[in-house]
Design a protein around this ligand. Structure first.
Ligand SMILES: Cc1cc2nc3c(=O)[nH]c(=O)nc-3n(C[C@H](O)[C@H](O)[C@H](O)COP(=O)(O)OP(=O)(O)OC[C@H]3O[C@@H](n4cnc5c(N)ncnc54)[C@H](O)[C@@H]3O)c2cc1C
Length: 289
């Protein structure tokens, strides 16, 4: 492997570099856990890697909160998410997705931005963030910023809505405050217990009011379609129902709605039939927890 690496330290420097490389073959590198494997598989001699690891800009690197949202920089690592107690309390789905990603060593460097921009249907943190109806804040070389719902950011396997003159700067999660209960989690089914990419995953985040009615429902599924899917009709089905009154019949109706968003394939790791069965069963199971 032979490639040129540049490590900008500030955002103006980064944007200048992106601008200068518009006619060249370049890639961003955050933690490098996906990118380096990709470069190894498909080496190219004219590649420039823009290494983001030394970037000193809190909008890229930190977790911030106000009344309306949580803002996570694209360079926030899986371990930073795991270690943030407030995020863990507010969004257990996000904590669990980060905690189930790969190994401790990989979680130390793997970033949210990398998990999203690699656009794998099996991205764990990306799946949780789709359930949370997160939005992408995208910065362009002319310093303009656009916001795209994460569920619309994915265009296909390894394809995103990002243009060559843009970079993902941060992720914004709406913060609707807490009234009643939060019922939230990430279920990942693989072929073994650790270091495993999901065969099927389900991210759920339900919030109730003081009288136990579901006022916010976010459901996303991974590894079962070319992109991570937000299951709108399954969410609509849950809204205004009392969480404690969801019984077996309602759970099955909900699971059938989630399944409609699946378009699984059979591959070396699982058949399409198996993936559908698993999705149906894990969807039902969220009300038993
Ligand atoms: C052994 C192993 C196990 C793994 N297990 C899991 C797992 O269980 N679950 C899971 O979800 N993933 C897993 N992965 C994949 C990987 O670790 C994650 O997707 C990780 O979050 C990627 O983050 P990164 O910072 O390393 O990304 P990088 O490799 O640095 O980048 C990934 C892609 O995103 C682009 N990119 C990065 N940051 C930005 C940005 N800010 N703006 C625009 N583009 C950007 C890069 O150009 C590249 O195309 C595993 C990988 C390995 C090697």
């Amino acid at each position: 492997m032979n490639f040129n690496v540049i490590s900008p330290k500030s955002t103006p420097e980064l944007l200048d570099l992106i601008s200068q490389h518009q006619d060249n073959n370049f890639r961003f590198c955050a933690g490098g856990t996906d990118l380096l494997l990709e470069i190894k598989k498909q080496p190219s001699d004219d590649l420039t890697v823009i290494n983001l690891a030394q970037l000193d800009d809190r909008l890229f690197t930190s977790i911030a909160k106000d009344d309306k949202y949580f803002r996570l920089g694209a360079l926030v690592s899986a371990n930073q998410i795991i270690n943030d107690n407030e995020l863990r309390r507010m969004y257990p789905v996000l904590y669990e997705s980060a905690d189930k990603l790969a190994s401790r060593q990989i979680r130390q460097v793997a970033t949210i931005g990398g998990n999203i921009c690699t656009a794998s249907p099996a991205g764990d943190i990306a799946c949780a963030l789709v359930a949370l109806e997160a939005q992408c804040e995208i910065l362009a070389v002319d310093r303009s910023v656009r916001i795209v719902p994460l569920s619309q950011f994915f265009l296909g396997v390894r394809k995103t809505n990002l243009k060559k003159n843009e970079i993902l700067r941060s992720i914004i999660i709406p913060n609707i405050g807490q009234q009643g209960k939060i019922h939230s989690g990430f279920i990942k089914v693989g072929t073994r217990r650790s270091m495993e990419i999901a065969v099927v995953s389900l991210a759920f985040h339900l919030q109730t009011n003081k009288t136990d009615e579901i006022i916010q429902a976010g459901i996303a599924i991974g590894s079962i379609a070319p992109v991570i899917k937000f299951c709108q009709s399954a969410c609509d089905y849950l809204k205004d129902r009392k969480l404690a009154e969801i019984g077996p019949a309602e759970s099955e109706a909900f699971a059938s709605k989630a399944l409609k968003y699946a378009s699984p394939i059979s591959d070396i790791r699982a058949s399409a039939w198996y993936r559908s069965e698993v999705l149906f069963n894990i969807s039902k199971s969220i009300f038993e927890q």
